[in-house]
Design a protein around this ligand. Structure first.
Ligand SMILES: [Zn+2]
Ligand SMILES: [Zn+2]
Ligand SMILES: [Zn+2]
Length: 94
């Protein structure tokens, strides 16, 4: 007796329900943007050889920046620390 079991697409889906997004590491920085130019940065870009980095203001707030933008970003943070105004970050873009 040959038993052949073929699942329909719907049955397969029922067996393996989609995992909630939170299961993907629970990373909090889903949307990171360079403070100086507004460019979207991915978490993988923040490695040792990465093209993005974190900079910190005097209040220990952390801001993301492209490596090329880091001088500009530091200037923005320095201005914010000097004036107490919110960081004048660039509008985000993709
Ligand atoms: Zn983004
Ligand atoms: Zn940038
Ligand atoms: Zn600050």
């Amino acid at each position: 007796m040959k038993r052949e079991k073929r699942l329909t697409k719907r049955e397969r889906k029922a067996l393996a329900p989609a995992r909630p997004a939170a299961a993907a590491g629970g990373h909090q920085h889903q949307h990171i943007h360079c403070v100086a130019c507004g460019k979207h940065l991915d978490a993988v870009q923040f490695g040792a050889q990465g093209t993005a980095t974190w900079i910190t203001c005097q209040h220990k707030s952390t801001f993301a920046s492209c490596v090329e933008c880091v001088d500009m970003s530091r200037r923005l943070l320095a201005e914010h620390d000097r004036t107490g105004k919110p960081v004048q970050s660039a509008p985000a873009w993709h």
